[in-house]
Design a binder for this molecule. Structure first.
Ligand code: NAD
Ligand code: IPM
Ligand code: MN
Length: 357
């Protein structure tokens, strides 16, 4: 029997609630498909600051490295918002992405059939189906460039630096081209090459790499235009390749294609099979502790883990099918529509398990 060691980083706010439901579903699917999952837990973000005085304890990095895969809830919250940048919960998240070399972040914006009417987009814009894969560079760019404050002309100036090496662009572009090859062979590279030097190098490098993928239809869009195109004509996109900060923003926007940010899963991948899986949303402090968060983004992140790190594609597909089935009748408040059953976070986890059985 295959055995997998999963490190859980429950995090802050709704993090523990949604991770508990995802674990419930992972246990159900493991039973059904005959593999075993062992869990370890580690602290990240605000909970780590409170317990250990740092958002990313060394023990957390060690436990993640010793595991087959990592499942994360979310970090952050008002309690820690006044801390200096390097001490904030979010610095822990950037730190673990860097420490595990998780340079490729896959964020699939898909619409589940029963949720078509929950999407804020009109039916004619959604069309038959929507399935956009955002490939976000995750360990470079302005998130990891030089930043600080200095004196300038007698006042304080703050700076953050957008910077990319050719090798960093190449490795993420490779992921996106390979992804496009497995899908509809269409790749849109998103940048701001009309203004930013790092974007010009990005575009040149992607064009150079496209020679190795003649079957992939490549186009380039500026990020401002992309933001608009995503709501007016999302069907034009197959794979979107973009940098760290544009990917962050565009994936929240793309999540609304699916009806709610509570639906969008993600996989953060490295050169090895070790990956970190998490919903794209945050710790939602406004609804934490009420058992009303949507756990499906985290549950679908488990499906991505089974597909990309654990090589259990059948179990992954079973979770996606179970989610589709459950959504026909049941909704957490963020995706609620009249005539459906309004369910809690934990009830949603139970229902997905039941649909798996
Ligand atoms: P957020 O994603 O936490 O919340 C935005 C809105 O979406 C809120 O109204 C929230 O209630 C709702 N929402 C989010 N997830 C939901 C879910 N699963 N079900 C139902 N509703 C959901 O973004 P924010 O409010 O900008 O950030 C809150 C905190 O989370 C901040 O500290 C931020 O830094 C952090 N954050 C962390 C991550 C992460 O850990 N990966 C991602 C984004 C934001
Ligand atoms: C995300 C989040 C993080 C990011 C923050 C919390 C550091 O918004 O995972 O999308 O910007 O990458
Ligand atoms: Mn984000």
């Amino acid at each position: 029997m295959n055995k997998y060691n999963i490190c859980l980083l429950k995090g802050d706010g709704i993090g523990p609630e949604i991770v508990n439901e995802a674990v419930k579903v992972l246990d159900c699917v493991a039973d059904k498909y005959g593999f075993q999952v062992n869990y370890d837990e580690a602290l990240l973000g605000g909970s780590a600051i409170d317990a250990k005085g740092t958002p990313l304890p060394q023990e957390t990095i060690d436990k993640c490295k010793a595991s087959d895969s990592v499942l994360l809830g979310a970090v952050g919250g008002p309690k820690w918002d006044k801390l200096p940048g390097k001490e904030r919960p979010e610095a822990g998240l950037l730190g673990i992405r860097g420490a595990l070399g998780l340079f490729a972040n896959l964020r699939p914006a898909v619409i589940f059939e029963p949720l078509k009417s929950a999407s804020p987009l009109k039916d004619e814009i959604i069309g038959d189906k929507l399935d956009v894969m955002v490939v976000r560079e995750l360990t470079g760019g302005i998130y990891f460039g030089k930043r600080g404050r200095r004196e300038a002309d007698g006042e304080v100036e703050a700076y953050d630096t957008e910077q990319y090496k050719v090798s960093e662009i190449k490795r993420i572009a490779k992921v996106a081209f390979e992804m496009a090859m497995k899908r509809n062979k269409k790749l849109t590279s998103v940048d701001k090459a009309n203004v930013l030097e790092a974007s010009r190098l990005w575009r040149e490098t992607v064009i150079e790499m496209s020679k190795d993928y003649p079957e992939v239809e490549l186009n380039h869009l500026y990020v401002d235009n992309t933001a608009m195109q995503l709501v007016i004509n999302p069907g034009q996109f197959d794979v979107i390749l973009t940098n760290n900060i544009f990917g962050d923003i565009l994936s929240d926007e793309a999540s609304m294609i699916s009806g709610s940010i509570g639906m969008l899963a993600s996989a953060s991948l490295s050169d090895s099979s070790l990956g970190l899986y998490e919903p794209i949303h945050g710790s939602a402090p406004d609804i934490a502790g009420q058992n009303i968060a949507n756990p499906l983004a985290t549950i679908l992140s488990v499906a991505m883990m089974l597909k990309y790190s654990l090589n259990e594609p059948k179990a992954a597909e079973a979770i996606e099918n179970a989610v589709n089935k459950v959504l026909a009748e049941n909704r957490t408040p963020d995706i609620y529509e009249e005539g459906k059953n309004k369910v809690t976070c934990s009830e949603m986890g139970d229902l997905v398990c039941k649909a798996l059985a």
